[in-house]
Design a protein around this ligand. Structure first.
Ligand code: PLP
Length: 387
């Protein structure tokens, strides 16, 4: 059976070129980068090369990059580290209802410790109202956290405009860039960012490695205490091979960005047009304007069909996609992100996300288009949701 992977926002395959660069650091070069002897020296240079490559990808300087164990850790560090470091200035944070749980749950943890958090709503296309955002800033606000791109809808937020608002009010600005890396150009300077989180496994590096960009003038309270690694910002012996992989993938995606974005955009647009041409009762979840979404992401609600059953049927044909809804205690819970767009709960439960990657082909998209409309039609005939 064919295997077609359309779930790149969940994770991406490790790239062969990345593995090749990592292998020596899983075998011969075993030293601890903090050791001063030959074994340590053999690997510490590799860490710094990786730091330079990650910095170059987002227009930061290498000293502003702190390696972490994943995107979630980077988001936690950005939010909790800033809140604790600036607690004497104020205890109010602003974020959005559509952030990843790594951001939302970090904010909730701070709420339990006495911070106040404003969760900004989005409109029916998943967009923010920047006037409302600016009006939410108070004299107590220390941090604004808005993702660069949403993992479910692919929506891109106007980060540079938000950065200007943050600057005007002297508020620190964090962006979860996890879904944007390798898909759209990123520049922390131009965007006015103080903090930005990235995750290796979303762009061809291995799982278990990420990074946080911390602007040079900002001091965070560490999340992980211990040794002096990462210039006292994140303790723990470095995941050398993972970091080398993160650096290698950063360099690759930086060089290939335009080409990859063009390719996946063409495939995504073909899938979108093909499905709208073949099926009624579709709703696009996200910005109607394709330029306001990541080039690789398409999130659709299929009226009258549960997202879960559609996914299971696609899986039977070897097609991997994902649904925002999750089955908990026997009931289907719709995705909070899709629900935040204000759509009818049944439509929210019928959402499916297709997220494409550089290795997808036209043939694969045509294969999906040849099967999916018939699957939807059959499910609509038998589904109780069809009423
Ligand atoms: N932020 C966003 C937007 C994500 O999509 C994800 C992963 O799905 C994360 C953060 C967490 O990254 P990690 O899996 O590296 O912890």
């Amino acid at each position: 059976m064919k295997q077609i992977y359309l779930d790149h926002n969940a994770t991406t395959p490790l790239r062969a070129e990345v593995l090749d660069e990592m292998l020596p650091y899983l075998t011969g070069h075993f030293g601890n980068p903090s050791s001063i002897h030959w074994a340590g020296r053999a690997v510490s240079g590799a860490l710094e090369t990786a730091r330079e490559r990650v910095a170059a990808l987002i227009n930061a300087s290498p000293a502003e990059i702190v390696f972490s164990s994943c995107g979630s850790e980077a988001d936690n560090f950005a939010i909790k580290g800033t809140a604790h470091a600036l607690r004497a200035k104020g205890r109010h944070i602003i974020t959005t209802v559509v952030e990843h749980p790594a951001v939302l749950e970090s904010c909730r943890a701070l709420e339990h410790m006495g911070w106040q958090v404003s969760y900004l709503p989005v409109d029916s296309e998943g967009q923010l109202d920047l006037k409302q955002l600016e009006a939410s800033i108070t004299s107590e606000t220390v941090l604004l956290s808005v993702m660069w791109a949403n993992n479910e809808t692919g929506n891109l937020f106007p980060i540079a405009k938000i950065g200007q608002i943050a600057r005007r009010h002297g508020v620190k600005f964090h962006s979860d860039m996890v879904q944007a890396v390798g898909r759209v150009p990123l520049d922390v300077e131009a965007a006015g960012l103080d903090l930005a989180a990235i995750s290796g496994h979303k762009f061809g590096a291995p799982k278990g490695v990420g990074a946080l960009y911390i602007r040079s003038d900002l001091r965070l309270e560490p999340l992980i205490h211990g040794g002096h690694q990462e210039r006292n910002r994140r303790a723990g012996t470095s995941n050398v091979a993972g970091i080398v992989g993160l650096g290698a993938a950063s360099q690759l995606v930086q060089h290939e960005l335009t080409q990859t974005a063009l390719k996946v955009r063409g495939l995504r647009d073909r899938l979108e047009e093909g499905l709208f041409a073949a099926l009624d009762g579709l709703r696009l979840n996200g910005a109607a304007e394709p330029d306001k979404r990541l080039p690789n992401t398409l999130n659709l609600s299929f009226a009258g069909v549960s997202g879960e059953s559609l996914l299971l049927n696609l899986d039977l044909k070897g097609i991997a996609a994902s649904s925002g809804s999750a089955c908990s205690s026997g009931t289907l819970e719709s995705s909070p992100v899709i629900a935040a767009l204000g759509s009818d709960p049944l439509l929210a439960q019928s959402s499916v996300r297709f997220s494409l990657g550089r290795e997808n082909s036209t043939d694969e998209i045509e294969y999906v288009l040849s099967l999916l409309p018939a699957i939807v039609a059959r499910l609509r005939r038998i589904s109780p949701l069809a009423e």
